[in-house]
Design a protein around this ligand. Structure first.
Ligand SMILES: Cc1ncc(COP(=O)(O)O)c(C=O)c1O
Length: 337
């Protein structure tokens, strides 16, 4: 954001809003100039309801998620008016909350109902649903003891995504990865992930790959990673030190279809060394907002023949098919009004 233009610093006076209506007017001015609103609805347990006015989609500054990072989050995709894998994401969300010692202000069934009602109120048919559990607002200390109640927030983001058909370049990340306790829970402390993504972008790559202390392949900054060996096996790094991605787990369930067709020889998780991984025939990122992104170069060296892999795209088709026409257990029809 550009700094305000001033002739000299001593003359600069910061504006004091005289009333909340003046502030709101200013916020509305900002949002009214936006052609398409990116956020169509938000829920806040602090407000106790759904907010449709983007100017009011805010959270308190004394919320411990803001100033201490004491919060966890998760996502779900909205495709053609269906929520994909909501229950899987919700289960991981509550596992993360438990590891972060945040107790939800509502039981799981109410959280789920809020998320469905929020999506319905948003009228969004394609986008993402993101939600957070926080230690809550209260004070600026470390301990959440002064927070009267935890908080639940959620927002619907209109996004137009489509199947990724182009391959991307990746680099090995030099940013230290999180220790297993923090990497296996989806908490809001994503600074290492942000720096790792920026590090890649600075080098003209799409994103990076983390390698753990023992030299095994870990994950990307907000995605899992998967490989096809020259022996036509699908191999994903084991999940004990990284986030167990809902998409990666679904991929492991769906991929045996390609084994049945004789296109893949096997499907497994394993500790993969850098040498094994760099020598793979195909490589891809796996994550809910992709769901598969082919990787064709790693540290300036081609993966396989340097082209988008055929089996990578077959796996991508399997996941897209599942998102578009999969079973009821994976797709929930949003009850739009
Ligand atoms: C660090 C990290 N790893 C992996 C993933 C992929 O998980 P999912 O497939 O559930 O989106 C994510 C995305 O949430 C992530 O943030």
């Amino acid at each position: 954001m550009a700094a305000p233009k001033v002739e000299n610093d001593e003359e600069f006076r910061v504006h004091v809003f005289s009333s909340s209506s003046e502030l709101l007017e200013k916020l509305h001015e900002k949002w009214n100039s936006v052609k398409e609103l990116p956020y169509s609805a938000m829920y806040s347990s602090v407000f106790g309801g759904i907010i449709l006015d983007p100017a009011m989609m805010v959270i308190p500054i004394d919320d411990h998620m803001v100033h201490r990072g004491h919060g966890v989050f998760d996502t779900a995709i909205i495709l053609d008016g269906y929520l994909y894998e909501l229950d899987d994401h919700l289960d991981r969300f509550l596992r993360s909350a438990s590891k972060a010692k945040i107790s939800s202000p509502f039981p799981r069934s109410i959280l789920r109902s809020i998320l469905i009602q929020l999506t319905a109120a948003s009228q969004c048919k394609k986008g993402t649903l993101r939600y957070w559990l926080s230690a809550g607002p209260g004070d600026f200390l470390l301990s959440p003891a002064g927070c009267p109640t935890s908080a639940f927030y959620a927002v619907v983001i209109n996004e137009n995504f489509s199947q990724c058909k182009e391959g991307v370049k990746v680099i090995t990340s030099m940013i230290p990865m999180k220790s297993p306790l923090f990497a296996t829970m989806k908490n809001v402390n994503y600074l290492p992930n942000v720096l790792s993504k920026m590090e890649a972008e600075e080098q003209g790559a799409f994103a990076s790959i983390w390698i753990d202390e023992e030299g095994y392949i870990a994950e990307g900054p907000n995605v899992n990673v998967a490989f096809i060996t020259h022996g036509k096996e699908l191999v994903l790094p084991v999940f004990d030190k990284i986030l167990s991605g809902c998409t990666a787990l679904r991929l492991l369930e769906l991929a045996p279809k390609l084994v049945k067709q004789g296109r893949l020889k096997g499907v497994r998780t394993a500790n993969l060394t850098v040498e094994e991984a760099k020598g793979a025939a195909e490589m891809m990122y796996v994550g809910s907002t992709l769901p598969i992104l082919p990787i064709i170069m790693w540290d300036e060296k081609p993966i396989g023949n340097g082209m988008v892999g055929e089996l990578t795209m077959a796996l991508s088709d399997l996941l897209w098919e599942d998102m578009a026409t999969g079973p009821e257990t994976k797709r929930l029809l949003v009850p739009y009004a």
